[in-house]
Design a protein around this ligand. Structure first.
Ligand SMILES: [Mn+2]
Length: 321
């Protein structure tokens, strides 16, 4: 890994005018790996723009250094970039609109921990054993001997804490605790970051959680749960804020797969899939054109809700056999 890291570092040091981006529906690890990268580039006096597909950023990330540098709508942006650093995303498709701004493959760096889907970057550091892309950025920081600061340490801690589900998901490794231990030496307070990430919901999103849990359904003898939010519930809400509802779907005893489906436009659905560990939800998401990890994945669907639900139940049933 060390040689790959040095290749990436050499490329970055020689280049300028970067696009930094990540997967659409950016989450804690996507934001953290974006901002850690931006922090490093700023310290190296590089020019960069951060552009993501989403139209808003969940307020809970406001405490992070650099969050105000992120541009959320790429439509209309015609910048030409000489170089790109693409984070936490296995394919160009999942970047969304900013993918059209990428320079040629020889000028792209990809740092990621998803199973490889598309080889779109000459310089790529992909480790599916890493808990998070933020962890990989830490490894890079260590090799490059970039001095840690409280701001940078906070960013990395956020990414790791988010993607490991507060150090509780099956991807949590000894290495995460080692890194976390180093970061707490830079005045990172785990309880404060946990407060921002997990315990600062808006009143409105708590009410939606209540609605969602009230309408939760169980299928396939209790191994599948589905939370569904129809368009009527979605239209006046900050979508970024309710992404976390997915984790509730798999928090029920006996449930192996939890689905969180929301109708973001009439007859257009976003689906988050969560697995307790036995069933690979990445395969299910892929069969429907999406993707992700074994234990957490996502996809989109245009059409009729009943068709979507029937299709998903059938897929889960097939994988459960
Ligand atoms: Mn990630």
């Amino acid at each position: 890994m060390k040689s790959k890291v040095s290749e990436i570092l050499n490329f970055i040091k020689k280049s300028d005018n970067f696009l930094i981006t990540a997967h659409q529906s950016a989450d804690g690890d996507a934001f953290a790996s974006i901002l850690a990268t931006a922090y490093i580039l700023e310290n190296w006096d590089k020019n960069f723009h951060i552009i993501i597909h989403d139209d808003s950023i969940d307020q809970k990330y406001q405490f992070l250094w650099g969050i105000d540098k992120i541009k959320t709508i790429s439509a209309g942006i015609q910048n030409k970039f000489d170089s790109a650093i693409v984070l936490d995303v296995p394919s160009m498709k999942r970047i969304g609109d900013p993918a059209r701004l990428l320079p040629p493959r020889e000028r792209c760096v990809k740092i990621d921990h998803h199973p490889i889907e598309e080889d779109f970057a000459e310089f790529s550091l992909v480790d599916t054993q890493a808990s998070s892309t933020s962890q990989l950025i830490y490894e890079l920081i260590e090799v490059a001997q970039i001095p840690l600061t409280t701001q940078l340490a906070q960013i990395i801690f956020t990414g790791i804490m988010y993607d490991t589900g507060r150090f509780s998901f099956s991807n949590t490794r000894r290495r995460d605790f080692e890194i976390a231990a180093v970061l707490t030496g830079y005045d990172v307070k785990p309880h404060i970051i946990a407060n921002y990430l997990f315990f600062s919901s808006s009143f409105q999103s708590m009410k939606i959680l209540g609605y969602a849990l009230n309408n939760l359904q169980i299928y396939l003898d209790g191994i599948l749960s589905i939370i569904f939010l129809p368009y009527a519930m979605m239209k006046n809400n900050n979508h970024a804020e309710i992404e976390e509802l997915a984790n509730y779907s798999v928090a029920i005893r006996g449930v192996e797969v939890g689905l969180f489906i929301r109708e973001v436009e009439p007859n257009f659905f976003k689906v988050s899939l969560r697995s307790r560990g036995k069933i690979n939800v990445n395969l299910i998401a892929k069969s429907m054109g999406g993707g992700g990890h074994e234990h957490a994945a996502g996809t989109r669907f245009r059409g009729n809700f009943e068709d979507l639900k029937r299709g998903l139940i059938a897929e889960v049933e097939k994988c459960a056999k």
